[in-house]
Ligand binder design. Structure first.
Ligand SMILES: CC(C)(COP(=O)(O)OP(=O)(O)OC[C@H]1O[C@@H](n2cnc3c(N)ncnc32)[C@H](O[C@H]2O[C@H](COP(=O)(O)OP(=O)(O)OP(=O)(O)O)[C@@H](O)[C@H]2O)[C@@H]1O)[C@@H](O)C(=O)NCCC(=O)NCCS
Ligand SMILES: Nc1ncnc2[nH]cnc12
Length: 295
């Protein structure tokens, strides 16, 4: 059963359970273009859905420890350094759980920053602001020693990758994924359909270094145009199936968009007020009701 958030500031256990659940829900969402889902391995040869679920579960302890940081007093630099230490332990634990396959490095980065921020922030805007400030603070341990596919793509194509997305306050979550997700739910679409539309909206606009690494600039252009056509077409569900089929065949995988979708699902599950203005009493009551109605 999906965990519920009954108090705020939230307790680390609940936040961690919601974070793991968000990553599991992204993995299970089917169909998805190029990504691992319940239908198969998409454009990948070294992962399947059970590996993704195992990887998500392996991050639970790291998320508890990240969320707990906000309960301790420390300055911004110490907080960033401790997040870095926990993040690297989390990456090693994930790689241990997957036999060395990079399943969720990006998800750990994105949700790791968001969960650290969520331990203290009382609004959604506050979470993104705190997470961005954390991402902009350099880690005293320095940059990761090993050059990644993502870093190579950032250098080769001059795009902004996972680090810049976070430093800018996750604009693709706040301005693309969350609005698409919520518009779908408001229209009465199913949760699954709303998440699929949010994912395809992300694919249409993110400079995803996973796609660039596999397919170069032309691969990214093809994915973004196919995503746009899928959103604009009349039958979203059949267009999505065709998109998924062709992306799988081309082995173009939007791993960055998948991680940002998981981040959006996580933040949405917190049911926090979206802005910093004082929360009207009625809204507080509505939030409590929403939390209880969800489960
Ligand atoms: C700072 C870190 C993020 C590491 O820095 P790095 O520069 O190495 O990061 P990147 O590689 O650039 O990005 C990391 C992952 O972020 C996802 N991503 C890609 N594009 C975007 C984007 N535009 N916005 C947001 N996120 C994005 C992506 O993750 C997914 O892809 C992974 C699979 O990719 P890959 O390894 O290339 O695998 P394959 O395609 O399968 O390879 P082949 O088979 O073809 O060889 C998968 O994990 C998805 O999650 C990027 O990979 C950060 O990690 C770091 O500093 N860590 C240190 C600890 C720390 O401070 N942590 C703090 C928070 S806990
Ligand atoms: N569903 C998925 N398939 C492949 N890589 C991913 N990274 C995060 N989620 C993923």
């Amino acid at each position: 059963m999906t965990p519920t958030l009954s108090t705020h500031p939230a307790d680390p256990e609940t936040l961690a359970a919601l974070a793991v659940e968000a990553i599991r829900e992204e993995a299970l969402l089917t169909p998805k273009p190029g990504l691992v889902d319940r239908n198969g391995s998409g454009g990948h040869t070294d992962m399947d859905v059970s590996m993704l679920l195992r990887s998500a579960d392996s991050l639970h302890e790291t998320f508890i420890r990240l969320a707990s940081l906000s309960q301790q007093d420390m300055d911004a630099q110490e907080l960033r350094d401790r997040v870095g230490v926990l993040g690297r332990i989390g990456e090693a634990t994930m790689l241990d759980a997957t036999g060395g396959v990079n399943t969720h490095r990006g998800a750990l980065w994105t949700i790791g920053l968001l969960i650290t921020a969520a331990g203290r922030a009382e609004t959604e805007a506050g979470i993104f602001r705190r997470a961005a400030a954390l991402a902009r603070t350099s880690d005293s341990a320095g940059a990761p020693a090993q050059s990644s596919n993502g870093q190579r793509a950032v250098r080769a194509f001059g795009v902004s990758g996972a680090v810049s997305e976070a430093a800018a306050g996750f604009p693709h979550i706040t301005q693309v994924a969350l609005p698409a997700l919520r518009a779908g739910l408001r229209r009465g679409d199913t949760v699954e359909l709303s998440r699929q539309r949010a994912l395809v909206s992300l694919i249409a606009s993110v400079d995803d270094t996973c796609i660039l690494h596999r397919g170069g600039r032309s691969g990214l252009r093809w994915m973004q145009r196919a995503a746009r056509r899928t959103l604009d077409g009349r039958r979203f569900d059949s267009a999505l199936e065709r998109f998924a089929h062709h992306a799988d065949q081309r082995r173009l995988s939007p791993g960055g968009s998948a991680d940002l979708l998981a981040g959006a699902i996580f933040v949405n599950s917190l049911h926090l007020p979206q802005t910093d203005s004082p929360v009207p009493l009625l809204q507080q009551v509505a939030r409590q009701e929403a939390l209880h109605a969800d489960h």
